[in-house]
Design a protein around this ligand. Structure first.
Ligand code: ZN
Length: 167
């Protein structure tokens, strides 16, 4: 298990557009393994490579609805190819913006295409919280933070730190 340091604002790596992955070799495999370990340790439900100071288009997400086992998703070069016209507002936080939360309006459902860690094409349909997490992570690959999209942002009290989605 190898943990990487999570970078926080105002680090400029969080504001850059991340590069497309073309090499699915050992460096990428190691990056993904480290990102999963780092996400679980934080703990968070998602992590994008720029958050560990690697400006490449890789995200990991681990999430399950209350009645199901959390499922791990690894997506390389993810792209949202469809978004529902129905939107929903939800409360988000971010491991790179510790101590803050905000309400963000996003499409309720999205379809994402990308590759898995071996470079094989994958397509995922997600809705609700899972769709929100994917959108939040994919935003990171374009240098966009939830605070850019939030209707309002507030500072969390110590005891409230766990209420917000952290990723
Ligand atoms: Zn985030």
């Amino acid at each position: 298990m190898a943990l990487r340091e999570i970078v926080t604002v105002p680090d400029q790596v969080l504001r850059r557009k991340a590069r497309k992955v073309t090499d699915f070799g050992p460096d990428l495999q190691k990056l993904i393994d480290d990102m999963v370990d780092t996400m679980r340790e934080a703990p968070g439900v998602g992590l994008a490579a720029p958050q560990v100071d690697v400006p490449m288009r890789v995200i990991v997400v681990e999430y399950g609805e209350e009645d199901e086992e959390p499922r791990l998703y690894t997506l390389v070069n993810p792209e949202i190819i469809r978004a529902s016209t129905d939107h929903e507002t939800g409360t988000e936080g971010c491991l790179s913006i510790p101590g803050y939360a905000g309400n963000v309006d996003r499409p309720l459902a999205v379809t994402i295409k990308g590759s898995n860690r071996r470079g094989q094409p994958v397509r995922i349909k997600a809705e609700g919280w899972l769709a929100r997490i994917f959108q939040h992570e994919i935003d990171h690959l374009d240098g966009v933070l939830f605070t850019d999209r939030a209707e309002n942002v507030w500072k969390l009290e110590e005891q409230d730190q766990t209420v917000a989605l952290a990723d």
